[in-house]
Design a protein around this ligand. Sequence first.
Ligand code: PMP
Length: 378
Amino acid sequence: MELTLNKAVTQVELSGIRQFTYLVRDTPGACALTIGEPDLNTPDSIKEAAKAALDDNDTHYPPGNGYPYLLEAVSRYEAEQHGLHYGPSEIIMTVGATEALAAALSTIMNPGDEVIIPTPAFGLYEALVQLREGVPVNLPTEHNHYQIAPEELRAAITPKTKAIILTSPNNPTGCIYTKENLDAIHDILKDKPIFVLCDDVYRSLVYSGEYHSFAEYQDMRDRIIVINSFSKPYAMTGWRLGWCMADGPIMDRIQVYHQYAVTSIPAFVQRACVKALETDVSDVVELFRKRRDYVYRRLVDMGLEVQEPEGAFYMFIDIRKYGMDSNTFCTKMLREGLVGVIPGIHFGTEGYMRLSYCYSDADLKEGLDRIEKFIKTL
Ligand code: PMP
């Protein structure tokens, strides 16, 4: 008897980021600068709201897309904070941005469809596209200050192109797309039957400059899907909560996937979501801005090339001058220098490493001292 499994599931590897993170964790004495989540705890007011909801027995099946009070709160928050106008019926509360991305791609993709992924990019996108028997089409941006070169985007589009995923601020670079770049992308896409997934999970963590999301181009509303998350700004990664917004007809279909995949997010967390949306995160932004400034200065002073990030909490560091692929470099630095960062290849870009600065000042100093010492040995 031969058991066969789904071909796509069999071929896709487990997350390289997670695997390397485990290697760092299991290396005795290693200082980790790997993790992609704030080193803070969820604010008490948010936790209290969930505890009160539990005590009120808010533990039954909630409506599939989310309680109406929460959908209204998200709708108001998006309008007031981001100038995006989506009604409660155009919003679904999801199991993190991860489910929102999975639901969006499941809704729009057929086997063989191509999805353009500007790289470096969060590894989840490639895997999700492959799991839907689609073809990820990488669009490198590292030679262009992590902006999309319009002529290269034009060249990447084929009759099979179904979507492009725009992440701003970006994981792993922390860079944001400029208004000029977004205008150029919009010019190319405005007349094409191509969806734009705006992964805006880091948009509340922007430290400098003017921020624009592609979601502002509402003339393309019928093709835009906005993805957001409670994970990063409110230190709620373990709650697994996010949301997805899209024009009515698409949302109508996204809810089909959502309903059969997860039914709904949990009931009692939804009051906590409202509290989170009311939470001022300016202290968090200030904390990460200080860390960014410190880490950036240290890296530049030790002669490493890195583009100063404008958001999120990562640095994507050029290591090409050391003549090793990123896995070899990062493994060697882990073993010999006892400091862990993630190889760039796990974001689709060779010759770089991603450092996370979601760590205390003392840990950052120690980790950077070790990187400095290690690169002097090369
Ligand atoms: N998008 C990006 C760009 C991310 O970096 C992450 C998490 N690292 C996610 C989506 C998934 O976030 P969530 O915890 O909301 O599923």
